[in-house]
Design a protein around this ligand. Structure first.
Ligand SMILES: [Zn+2]
Length: 176
């Protein structure tokens, strides 16, 4: 079920009235704004939508979206894996005017009769993109270099050995 592509369009107010749930995938090729914010994706986004009405008759869409993407680590400039994930409760509104009347736990979804689900999923993921992506401290190459530089005494000796081996390698490749 979750391997299916999410339909592009939905009449979410009808889905909410009929309490329809849906899940599916959205590929990065369907989300051009997200594609400019990340380097690549490990696979498509997975999305789960649960539609319902609340007691005030609002049309609600509970969304859970996850996607594994590659971004550039701002410490070492190598690619790093980032899991984008969001959980939201969206309330369908016709315009920005009604947005202010929503309870704080709802996020407004300004939409007409038909909603572009791919744009909706893309909007959710864009909110989850970190301003600065970085490896964890254990994984980051910039930090592992810095750590060995900071080590004093006999351990400095051991960190210089790979460079000696490297110069031998470079010398042998010059003779080829
Ligand atoms: Zn890094």
């Amino acid at each position: 079920m979750s391997n299916d592509a999410l339909p592009r369009q939905a009449e979410l107010r009808q889905w909410s009235a009929r309490e329809i749930d849906a899940e599916g995938n959205v590929g990065l090729d369907k989300m051009p704004r997200l594609a400019t914010a990340v380097v690549d994706a490990a696979g498509p986004a997975t999305a789960v939508l649960k539609c319902s009405k609340d007691q005030q008759g609002r049309y609600l869409v509970r969304t859970r979206v996850e996607m594994n993407v590659l971004m550039t680590c701002q410490r070492c400039l190598e690619p790093c894996d980032v899991l984008l994930g969001t959980d939201s409760v969206l309330a369908c509104v016709w315009d920005d005017v009604t947005t202010g009347e929503l309870p704080a736990e709802y996020d407004p979804l300004v939409t007409g009769d038909v909603t572009d689900l791919h744009e909706l999923i893309e909007d959710e993921l864009l909110l989850a993109v970190p301003a600065v992506a970085m490896h964890s401290t254990e994984e980051c190459q910039a930090l592992s270099v810095k750590t060995t530089d900071d080590v004093i005494g006999e351990e400095v000796e051991t960190t210089t050995r790979p460079f000696a081996g490297l110069s031998e390698l470079l010398g042998s490749s010059d003779t080829n």
